[in-house]
Design a protein around this ligand. Structure first.
Ligand SMILES: [Zn+2]
Length: 321
């Protein structure tokens, strides 16, 4: 797979080549091959929600969905014109309530390689600056959601207060838990501790102790299971609602049709499964918008019932709201 760095370099090379060959009758248009920084806006009542793409990376669906039967997985992926590993979006969501600018998740920063870490560019392309962000709500402390908190070893969002469920911060910021963790999981702890450090040092980290309104129009809603304090966030205005799910889904092409599927990275498999089933059903029943961190960008849409499972309906494209 081509990396963004490769593509940027390739793009420059192509542009340069174009200059030198201009006038040559055989030269066709240079292939661009890449997409610009990604942002996409929807309105939820009076509140503006902007999906910000951090990039993509290839995820091995067969390993993530540890109990999926290979034939079932292949069938679902074939139906979606996909194959594993799946190029998967990593999305954050910027919420402008009119009085507060809130960022939900920050992308992977430098923790996941060169195809990710573009959230700050997407935020700027969307017309905002990191200094304007008042609050950051983290769904959970896996590296791909908190890496973007850092710019080098400094706070990428110097004026923001970071909030996350207290169970999440208690778990990942504990040196004792880190020492007990298997070797291949220790990175998650060191990443979380590094990413939160400048905010904790500045007195800018404030754990969430219970579900409720954080700023007018934005509420926390614990969906524990994927991690000990995994939290979704609800945006509500004028009777409209959008729920930022976080990691309640990773492989949309399979999991909506198979809500019973186990997810390898769930810290509590049973609780993770129960939350997914509950939230998929609630979204389909009530018809509100859902925003997923790993649903194909912009990752905003509706859930509808489909046989024994569910189906995803991406939001209709709109330029005027
Ligand atoms: Zn994730």
């Amino acid at each position: 797979m081509f990396t963004p760095r490769f593509l940027r370099t390739g793009l420059l090379a192509a542009a340069t080549a174009c200059v030198f060959v201009s006038g040559a009758a055989s030269a066709g248009p240079a292939e661009v091959k890449t997409n610009p920084p990604g942002f996409y806006r929807v309105m939820v009542g009076d509140i503006e929600v902007t999906a910000l793409n951090d990039g993509t990376t290839n995820l091995p669906a067969d390993k993530l969905l540890s109990d999926a039967k290979p034939a079932d997985l292949k069938k679902a992926l074939d139906r979606a014109y996909l194959s594993t590993p799946i190029e998967t979006s990593f999305n954050g969501f910027l919420v402008n309530t009119g009085s507060k600018l809130v960022l939900i998740d920050t992308g992977a920063g430098h923790f996941f390689g060169p195809t990710l870490g573009n959230l700050a560019n997407s935020l700027k392309a969307a017309g905002y600056q990191p200094e304007q962000v008042d609050e950051i709500y983290i769904t959970h402390f896996h590296s791909d959601h908190i890496g973007g908190l850092l710019d080098g070893d400094k706070a990428a969002f110097p004026n923001a207060v970071v909030r996350a469920d207290k169970r999440e911060s208690d778990f990942w910021l504990s040196k004792e838990n880190m020492e007990k963790a298997p070797e291949d999981r220790k990175d998650s702890f060191t990443h979380a501790q590094a990413a939160l450090k400048p905010y904790i040092d500045a007195g800018h980290f404030k754990p969430i102790e219970a579900d409720g309104e954080l700023v007018p129009g934005v509420l926390s809603h614990a969906t524990v299971g994927h991690t000990p304090g995994h939290t979704s966030y609800i945006v509500e205005s004028k009777g409209q609602k959008l729920m930022v799910w976080g990691d309640l889904i990773h492989v949309a092409a399979y999991q909506f049709g198979h809500p019973e599927a186990k997810m390898m990275f769930d810290s509590d498999s049973k609780a993770g499964l129960a939350e997914r089933k509950k939230e998929y059903a609630a979204a389909a029943k009530d018809g509100y918008l859902v925003a997923g961190a790993h649903i194909s960008f912009p990752g905003i849409g509706h859930v509808r019932t489909d046989g024994k499972g569910y189906d995803w309906v991406p939001v209709n494209f709109s330029v005027v709201h």
